[in-house]
Design a protein around this ligand. Structure first.
Ligand SMILES: *[C@@H]1O[C@H](CO)[C@@H](O)[C@H](O)[C@H]1NC(C)=O
Ligand SMILES: *[C@@H]1O[C@H](CO)[C@@H](O)[C@H](O)[C@H]1NC(C)=O
Ligand SMILES: *[C@@H]1O[C@H](CO)[C@@H](O)[C@H](O)[C@H]1NC(C)=O
Ligand SMILES: *[C@@H]1O[C@H](CO)[C@@H](O)[C@H](O)[C@H]1NC(C)=O
Ligand SMILES: *[C@@H]1O[C@H](CO)[C@@H](O)[C@H](O)[C@H]1NC(C)=O
Ligand SMILES: *[C@@H]1O[C@H](CO)[C@@H](O)[C@H](O)[C@H]1NC(C)=O
Ligand SMILES: *[C@@H]1O[C@H](CO)[C@@H](O)[C@H](O)[C@H]1NC(C)=O
Ligand SMILES: *[C@@H]1O[C@H](CO)[C@@H](O)[C@H](O)[C@H]1NC(C)=O
Ligand SMILES: *[C@@H]1O[C@H](CO)[C@@H](O)[C@H](O)[C@H]1NC(C)=O
Length: 462
């Protein structure tokens, strides 16, 4: 036995030659391939893949978006609705793994097409951005719902190309948004967005798009007319003639944030085994669009130390991915228990990418220079959060449609408010050094997400 074994490892000239041939031909192939890749893509921006760094703590800032300032002609209850939602800027990268930051912005010659990227596709609607003069679907002046933080034109952004792109899937058409038709689709129904400030971005986009079909502003009104705060987010706009409402509920995590007593101190904690309190309000919706992503980061969850509560226990330490998976499972169980799939359609919007170049959000990271989409999406790997969401949804008995916008939005470095979002710091002072490369200008990229939602509501697939 020992002899045999030894012999099988013994030197044999032919085997040696074959071995060398294989190794060297592989090496030559790899070199040729690298040369080919470099030659084939000279204009591709240099991309750095930032891994989510668990050991780094980042300071938290609170910014306040105050919207609907000035006269809002759509309100019946009160002529000035104001919103007091606290939005924390996603830190450094956008809070979860696999985000790539483009360190050099390439200028694209003014062609009407961004080349298709074969490796990264937009899920069921994979395709490319197409420059289309017939967009946008509304303007800053025609829509009274745009928050100051998203009203780029109103805040002085002068380049206009970024509002003229539409997403063109390669295998089908996304029908152009028809507000009249959409209002017919949701007649007598409640369309409800639930999630963080990026979902609020999308909700405002939807309001603006629908408003185009309403001639008389008095035919739309805010149903509560109350001041709204971060935790008690509760917005409902009613389109009177269609007896439908388009609502938004602010909940950063979908699960329950609450104050707890820790020794003598009051502390915010997150119950990952209980759904957010506002869930009683979403239950009866006809169309639900959920999201949560940017807040699930190490720094915004107190590094997971004494932050998560499960089964009445405050967990001393839990990593953010595990916590996110548990919270998504809580959400999934809630949906399966409370949603009647024959009445309610459920959507989950995948995470939206940030685009900070040359630094972090608080260290000079910027996106202001970008007036054109990238030639490739900045999303090089499916973010871990999207994978978790997909895995959890697969286990559910309620059908949930994923609005897969991560990759397609990854091209749109030009779509962020940058310095035109007027991010308020303390008090009324605006920061000129901090750019918002996380949220999106309106009109802009979220309009495309809503066109995809509109396509899904009409059962359009590719
Ligand atoms: C993570 O952050 C820590 C502290 O900021 C730093 O020392 C470490 O080098 C970082 N690791 C990576 C991989 O960036
Ligand atoms: C707001 O409405 C009042 C009364 O309707 C009007 O006098 C005022 O000019 C309006 N302000 C703006 C900024 O439109
Ligand atoms: C409208 O809101 C303002 C403060 O925002 C308040 O002073 C006023 O009483 C409200 N009017 C009505 C009719 O509710
Ligand atoms: C890009 O092309 C469009 C349509 O051809 C044109 O209207 C626009 O002015 C051009 N933009 C720039 C920056 O050249
Ligand atoms: C979403 O799109 C990305 C990029 O095309 C793809 O990798 C991923 O599988 C898609 N996810 C779903 C759920 O369709
Ligand atoms: C809309 O944007 C234009 C500049 O493009 C600006 O002059 C105008 O004041 C804005 N209107 C509103 C309501 O923000
Ligand atoms: C929008 O939809 C309505 C109702 O379905 C239809 O009458 C109208 O022609 C459509 N408009 C366009 C521009 O397609
Ligand atoms: C939201 O509004 C409804 C209707 O006015 C009210 O019953 C509910 O308590 C509100 N929820 C929150 C969290 O403010
Ligand atoms: C995020 O930015 C801050 C401030 O520039 C820095 O101290 C920290 O190390 C950064 N974190 C990561 C993960 O790069």
């Amino acid at each position: 036995m020992a002899m045999k074994k030894q012999r099988s490892f013994s030197f044999k000239p032919t085997r040696f030659l074959v071995f060398h041939f294989v190794i060297w031909s592989s090496v030559i192939f790899v070199i040729l391939f690298i040369i080919w890749v470099i030659k084939a893509s000279p204009s591709v921006p240099q991309e750095t893949n930032l891994q989510f760094n668990k050991s780094s703590l980042v300071p938290i800032t609170v910014q306040t978006l105050t919207g609907f300032s000035g006269n809002s002609s759509v309100t019946v209850v009160n002529s000035s609705i104001w919103i007091d939602t606290h939005v924390r800027q996603p830190e450094n990268a956008s809070g979860f793994g696999g985000i790539s930051v483009t360190s050099g912005l390439q200028r694209q010659n003014n062609e009407s097409k961004v080349p298709e990227d074969k490796e990264t596709e937009g899920g069921d609607f994979k395709g490319r951005w197409v420059y289309d003069e017939s967009y946008p679907l509304y303007t800053n002046s025609s829509c009274p719902f745009i928050d100051e933080g998203f009203n780029c034109q109103g805040n002085g952004r002068s380049d206009q190309n970024y509002i003229k792109w539409r997403w063109q899937p390669q295998d089908c058409e996304i029908p152009r948004f028809n507000a009249t038709r959409m209002l017919e689709l949701i007649r007598g129904k409640r369309l409800v967005f639930v999630g963080d400030s990026i979902n609020r971005n999308q909700w405002e986009s939807m309001l603006c798009m629908l408003f185009g079909a309403i001639n008389d502003p008095k035919r739309v009104y805010e149903t509560h007319g109350r001041r709204i705060t971060k935790k008690k987010g509760n917005y409902s706009f009613k389109f009177v003639d269609h007896k439908c409402t388009v609502e938004f509920y602010a909940t950063h995590f979908l699960v329950l944030e609450r104050n707890a007593r820790l020794g003598r101190k009051q502390k915010q904690i997150l119950r990952i085994d209980a759904i957010d309190r506002s869930s009683s309000r979403w239950k009866a919706a006809d169309i639900l669009v959920f999201n949560t992503a940017h807040w699930w980061s190490h720094d915004k969850t107190k590094a997971g130390i004494n932050y998560y509560e499960e089964e009445g226990q405050l967990l001393p330490r839990l990593d953010v991915s595990t916590a996110f998976r548990k919270a998504m499972t809580t959400w999934a169980l809630w949906v399966d228990r409370h949603i009647n799939p024959s009445k309610t359609q459920v959507f989950f919007r995948s995470s939206a990418p940030s685009h900070f170049s040359g630094g972090k959000w608080n260290s000079g990271g910027h996106c202001r220079e970008a007036t054109q989409p990238l030639q490739r999406t900045s999303i090089t790997n499916v973010p871990e959060m999207n994978i978790i969401v997909e895995e959890v949804i697969k286990q559910m008995k309620t059908p949930v449609t994923i609005l897969n916008i991560t990759s397609l939005s990854g091209y749109r470095i030009d779509g962020h408010p940058s310095i035109y979002g007027k991010i308020p710091l303390q008090g009324k002072q605006y920061s000129s050094s901090i750019q918002d490369c996380s949220h999106w200008c309106l009109p802009g990229v979220p309009d495309s997400w809503n066109e995809i939602l509109y396509a899904h509501l009409q059962s359009k697939r590719c």
